[in-house]
Design a protein around this ligand. Sequence first.
Ligand SMILES: [Zn+2]
Ligand SMILES: [Zn+2]
Length: 346
Amino acid sequence: MRALVYHGPGIRAWEDVPKPGIIEDGDAVVRVDAVTICGTDLHILKGDVPAVTDGRILGHEAVGTIESVGPGVRTVKPGDRVLVSCITACGTCRFCRESRYGQCLGGGGWILGHKIDGTQAEYVRVPFADTSVHALPAGVPAQDVLMLADILPTGYEVGALNGAVQPGDVVAVVGAGPIGLAAIMGARLFSPSRVVAIDLADSRLEAAKGFGAHVTVNNSRQDPLAAVRDLTGGLGADVTIEAVGVPEAFELTVALARPGGRIANIGVHGAPATLHLEEQWIRDVTITTGLVDTFSTPTLLRLVAGGQLDAGRFITHNFTLDEFPKAYDVFADAANTGALKVVLSR
Ligand SMILES: [Zn+2]
Ligand SMILES: [Zn+2]
């Protein structure tokens, strides 16, 4: 079969590799029908994730068809169409019993395209299949469901739920890339009075309006603190969400929150960021961090099937699997191509 293989920083190839088979009793082998590329894959290609070694097949998001299952698998069978989640769950460890699957101690967590071969391939082996794949709902395009493999649960759980967005809140989201847009979409489910999107690129802010932002601020030429204070009687936002992963964005996200506000970090940080505790200690703020657990995936699947979440809105480009190198180029050059999520299908 063919797969997108990492060969060290800056080097990737769409090449022939052996087709995976069942290794453990709980495994499923899934024929990949549609797959996407994540910003995390670009971090890996830069060499930012040293746990990913030469020869690893990348990718942690897919929809596909079960090809074969190990003898321990009970809930899916060959021919079933499934969503392969970015998080794999053993289902029995302490953290899985608390629905904290991202922290799985039993061999799960974020393993696909990280510690084991991933989904950017014609076939992928998925461990703990019973607790790690989700049946596709009827009547929803498979590529829309693909958006629930990572970005939608991440924006919803680590952004909207950790930030505890309430009806009437003013929510400020720093960063309007795919994850920031997913956080906006998740926050809108709780009827905030205003969602403010902050980014340096007008094209992303334009997209943010389509995802439900009421106000957009380009912080290359507008002061986001002044804009948020204007909306909140000088107080600051009830909830602020960081969706970039650089120190300046985190520090802005903290500064934008009102006293007693909630600050949810989603961004993947590669460098230290300063928490100005000398300013914040007296302001009663709550700061949350997290890796997605995907405990919300069944909820989000029902919202997509019910028409309350337009997951397909993220998809800007479609390719075939054999166009993987080109799809990476388009996704990596989002500033010029306008790419949000690219989908590669058979
Ligand atoms: Zn991802
Ligand atoms: Zn576990």
